[in-house]
Design a protein. Structure first.
Length: 505
């Protein structure tokens, strides 16, 4: 039995209001938890688009502003929009690689092409939300794990360029000083994660960036003189980066990202519902997905990108036990205020690129690790899931290993497959359909890949062995030659001694 959103609000744990002080404190904690992630995307794309520091600052401010509005819509809700759960919304990492590929592609249309692709693909996502629950079976952990892993791996070249200094035309690109500063920042992240409290550990990336920037400033490796240039307070200008343009190939690439985003948001909504002990029905899930897509449609107007729930904040809800959606709504207000302060964006844009690189190795690696964790839950026995993972990841790495691989292909084809995320997602979806859904024609003989899973044995079983125990003819004996009974499960799942010919005699 599920709980409908129309259930009396007083009975829902997420509707508890903790008061202004607690809302501000816990809301700020949510903002700090996701701040590094939400500013990383506009930083990556701003640099890829060749924007200067002031423009990147505006891009960051727009993302903060759009994320705040999206959070308010998701938590407070409107009729048919918003799941009314403590979910923080922000720029999704899922589209970074694809949008970067659009920016670097001749037929992508630059930043206006990216914004247009986001709007169009999000509109398509909005239209399919009523039937999306019927096609989620085509996006099992096998597919989403491949996609998330590829996202992290695809971003690692970005981190490497940051470590070297970001600008390949600079004589300092790849210098020992740049790499040393990045290495120091990387070490600080690890040190804070190991030695810090739970709060410091969660904020290790943000704190390491602050410490790394201060060290760079002391060494004369950064310049904050341009931070004062421009307004302190400003409302994000609609279409500041140009009117969106619409290119079919770019839109098709972003549609794959939108599918992944819908899957991730669905998982986050269901997960947070379980964490706070309020069940979510299909209507409430649909309201959440519509809010997600509506926010993504409107975000490009202000110069931002696809919006989705932040998984790290779902984890924060679980850790703190604070279930109130009004806490997260307060965090949304804080994000909106930060978005109205372009000076904050300019401060972040002034952070030395090697510092971003040192933190980015961990940040992007965490994305890949999340995908690997998802893939670890996939069953690889007596099927060909392993070859699906291998082929999809391998196909997705081609444009990463050889960026010019598709240069001789038509521009629309290059735009789609120049992104490792698009390449691996398309391959994963197709192979999952061919092998796991359209099973007609599948061989009844095990593939070498099906048999190539790792043999495992539980530690609890090993701990029962004693010195001198040995196996012979499929039986277990102790050091004195006495057979040790082996327990097996009966038809009801209960342990029973396995009968052997020796026992019968």
């Amino acid at each position: 039995m599920t709980t409908s959103p129309s259930t009396s609000p007083a009975k829902r744990p997420e509707d508890e209001n903790l008061g202004l002080g607690a809302n501000l404190a816990y809301g700020l904690q949510h903002v700090l938890t996701m701040y590094g992630g939400i500013v990383a995307v506009p930083l990556i794309l701003g640099q890829a688009a060749g924007l200067n520091g002031a423009e990147i600052g505006m891009l960051i401010a727009a993302s903060l502003f759009a994320g705040g509005l999206a959070t308010l819509l998701q938590t407070l809700g409107l009729p048919f929009f918003g799941c009314q759960l403590p979910l923080v919304q922000g720029v999704s990492f899922a589209g970074v690689a694809t949008m970067g590929a659009i920016l670097s592609s001749e037929g992508g249309g630059g930043l206006p092409g990216v914004l247009g692709a986001v709007m169009a693909a999000s509109l398509i996502g909005f239209l399919i939300t009523p039937v999306f629950s019927r096609i989620t079976k085509f996006f099992p952990p096998l597919v989403t794990g491949i996609v998330i892993t590829t996202i992290g791996l695809t971003l690692m070249p970005v981190a490497a360029r940051w470590v070297m200094g970001g600008n390949s035309a600079s004589p300092e690109f790849g210098s020992v000083a740049n790499i040393g500063l990045a290495g120091l920042t990387f070490a600080i992240v690890l040190l804070l994660s190991k030695l810090g409290s739970a709060t410091i550990s969660r904020l290790s990336i943000l704190l390491a960036m602050v410490i790394g920037t201060l060290i760079a400033w002391a060494l004369g490796m950064t310049d904050f003189s341009k931070v004062a240039e421009g307004p302190m307070f400003a409302f994000p200008t609609p279409f500041h980066f140009g009117m969106p343009t619409f290119h079919i190939a770019a839109i098709l690439s972003m549609c794959i990202v939108i599918m992944v985003t819908l899957v991730e948001t669905s998982a986050d909504i269901l997960a947070v519902g379980e964490i706070i002990d309020t069940k979510v029905d299909s209507k409430r899930l649909g309201n959440g997905l519509r809010a997600d897509m509506a926010s993504s449609i409107l975000a490009p107007i202000f110069g931002s990108f696809t919006q989705s729930a932040f998984a790290q904040n779902v984890g924060l809800v679980a850790v703190t036990g604070v279930k109130s959606r009004y806490v997260v709504a307060t965090g949304g207000v804080i994000l909106v205020v930060l978005g109205l302060l372009p000076v904050m964006g300019r401060v972040i844009a002034a952070v030395p690129t090697p510092v971003l690189g040192g933190a980015g190795i961990v940040l992007f690696g965490t994305v890949a690790a999340s995908g690997i964790r998802t893939l670890s839950k996939v069953n690889y026995k007596n099927n060909v899931n392993l070859i699906i993972v291998a082929a999809s990841l391998g196909f997705g790495m081609i444009p990463i290993a050889a960026p010019t691989f598709y240069h001789q292909f038509p521009s629309w084809f290059e735009t789609i497959f120049h992104s490792g995320i698009s390449s691996s997602a398309i391959m994963a979806i197709l192979l999952n359909l061919i092998f796991n859904h359209f099973t007609t024609g599948n061989s009844d003989q095990q593939s070498v890949f099906a048999a190539a899973y790792e043999r495992t044995i539980q530690y609890s079983d090993i701990s029962e062995l004693r010195d001198g125990d040995y196996f012979k003819d499929g039986k277990l004996f102790d050091a004195d030659g006495n057979e040790v009974p082996v327990m097996e499960l009966d038809e009801h799942g209960n342990a029973a001694p396995k009968r052997t010919p020796v026992a019968e005699h």
